[in-house]
Ligand binder design. Structure first.
Ligand SMILES: Nc1ncnc2c1ncn2[C@@H]1O[C@H](COP(=O)(O)OP(=O)(O)O)[C@@H](O)[C@H]1O
Ligand SMILES: [Mg+2]
Length: 146
């Protein structure tokens, strides 16, 4: 699925829409550089799942946990990760078994961590203006639905 977003709000809305198809144990892995809207998209996921609180990038803590929505959401930011091993040290396997959704910014930092049924979300600069973003969602499930 491809979308074009023209604002942070619109990116959040795409995230909220995707959240409706997510199930316990799903992994959403983000690709795309700084300021492309990964955190905005995760904020949309959280809203869509019904989490009411603040969603900010877990850059220093690596993972934030948002509970209280339809499913728990575990929000990772691997920007400061020193190698994939650190992700397992953080309890990656345990997070994946906690019946929630794992959303992972900077997934490029640990590509081997992601299962075959991962939903990949790529955010790139679009062609019409500073706030335009091309959002590509590669979801095995969407493939099955169409
Ligand atoms: N279409 C867009 N989607 C998302 N963010 C946008 C968009 N256009 C401009 N922005 C701005 O870009 C920044 C994206 O920040 P953030 O979501 O933290 O990105 P990332 O997590 O990828 O570094 C915000 O300041 C936001 O206002
Ligand atoms: Mg971010």
């Amino acid at each position: 699925m491809e979308y074009v977003s023209h604002s942070e709000r619109e990116t959040e809305r795409i995230g909220a829409e995707l959240s409706r198809n997510l199930c316990a144990g799903d992994v959403v892995a983000f690709r795309g550089g700084l300021g492309m809207g990964k955190t905005a998209f995760v904020r949309g996921l959280a809203r869509g799942l019904g989490f009411p609180g603040r969603v900010t990038s877990p850059t220093f803590t690596i993972v934030n946990e948002y509970e209280g929505g339809r499913l728990p959401l575990f929000h990772f930011d691997l920007y400061r990760l020193n190698g994939a091993g650190e992700l397992w040290d953080l309890g990656w396997d345990e997070y994946r078994e906690r019946g929630g959704v794992c959303a992972v910014e900077w997934s490029e930092q640990a590509p081997e961590a992601f299962p075959p049924d991962t939903v990949y979300v790529t955010l790139e600069r679009g062609s019409d203006g500073d706030t335009s973003r091309r959002v590509t969602v590669t979801s095995p499930k969407e493939g099955a639905a169409t």
